[in-house]
Design a protein around this ligand. Structure first.
Ligand SMILES: Nc1ncnc2c1ncn2[C@@H]1O[C@H](COP(=O)(O)OP(=O)(O)OP(=O)(O)O)[C@@H](O)[C@H]1O
Ligand SMILES: [Mg+2]
Length: 312
């Protein structure tokens, strides 16, 4: 990617494949995918269940390695990085919003939001200050001391959004972020994400199975059976989108110290065996359960975290 391209695009994906072996079956989760997302775009990836949306998102975020192909973010090739480099990269450039919020139940809203900053090695006073700003941004000033179990789904997801925004990432990845919310709350949350990132010229990649929600995207990538069927540019339509009331503008400048890789890697058993796209079909033996690495911990996953990992 030359300099002007690097300036223009947040993400480039080239000839991307992800193939899983299940028994003797090859599952082509991604079967040759190409696209580029310009900076400042609210991009929606839409498709039915099993079409490959999460696989694509996880690969862009460097959470899963591709079988083949290239992913270029901020001019850097994700597929060439090792896990420690990926953790550093994510801490510096990326925020995540999950369908199931992934908040730590024993931490307050404020502590949850501050957690990614802990992993950047930022001191407590600074963390709290930034977390409070992010909390205000999502309109939850009064809920800072609430634990997730003491908040509604929509409020919890706002905390999840604040946590993704607190590190001031260039790119935010969201996998069905409104999947657990009712339709009114869904629209509120969607507009909130859209407005905040537009103000900060951030790029969002949101996965959804819902065509109606996808229509809020500036760019809509339709995916089916691991292939892109259509890419729609939709920016003008969305400029008319009405705004929601927010608690302020984001001023969470990234003066954070450089990220330090966490070493909370775990080996888990998963029914996956990545193979080359053009390789012959494998035997059942070769496709048996393998040990694969999950990404190093970066503050987003309750299941891999102890509550002693740090608090605001
Ligand atoms: N770890 C894995 N091992 C084997 N196959 C997998 C794995 N992860 C995903 N797949 C398969 O890859 C395909 C794409 O899955 P993916 O999770 O990306 O779909 P999705 O579009 O996100 O679906 P949903 O809307 O249900 O979340 C599916 O056929 C799925 O069964
Ligand atoms: Mg999915």
């Amino acid at each position: 990617m030359d300099k002007s391209e690097k300036k223009k695009y947040a993400i480039k994906v080239k000839n991307l494949y992800k193939i899983y072996m299940i028994g003797t079956n090859k599952v082509r989760a991604l079967n040759g995918v190409d696209f580029a997302i310009e900076k400042g775009t609210f991009c929606c990836i839409v498709g039915t269940s099993g079409s490959g949306k999460s696989t694509l998102l996880n690969m862009m975020a460097g959470l899963e390695p591709p079988t083949k192909g290239e992913i270029i973010i901020a001019g850097e090739h994700m597929e060439r990085k090792n896990e420690a480099q990926l953790v550093n990269f994510r801490q510096a450039h990326v925020g995540f919003i999950f369908q199931s919020y992934n908040l730590l139940p024993n931490m307050t809203a404020l502590e949850n939001i501050a957690l990614p900053l802990t992993f950047q090695g930022m001191d407590k006073a600074k963390r709290l200050k930034k977390a409070k700003k992010a909390l205000k941004l999502v309109g939850l000033q009064k809920f800072g001391n609430h634990r997730p179990g003491q908040m509604s789904g929509g409020q919890q997801q706002r905390v999840g959004i604040a946590r993704a925004l607190v590190v001031n990432p260039e790119i935010i990845f969201a996998d069905e972020p409104t999947g657990n919310l009712d339709s009114n709350t869904t629209l509120d949350v969607l507009k909130l994400i859209k407005k905040i990132v537009a103000e900060n010229k951030q790029t969002v990649v949101m996965v959804t199975h819902d065509n109606n929600l996808a229509s809020y995207g500036d760019m809509i990538i339709r995916i089916k059976d691991g292939k892109i069927t259509e890419i729609e540019q939709n920016r003008q339509v969305n400029d008319n989108l009405d705004n929601v009331e927010l608690g302020g503008t984001l001023d969470i400048s990234s003066e954070a110290a450089g990220g330090t890789a966490m070493s909370a890697e775990q080996s888990v058993h998963q029914p996956e065996a990545a193979v080359q796209p053009d390789a012959p079909e494998q035997t059942a033996e070769a496709a048996s359960v393998q040990t694969v690495k999950v990404p190093a911990y970066d503050g987003y996953h309750p299941q891999t975290s102890g509550n002693d990992q740090g608090s605001a």
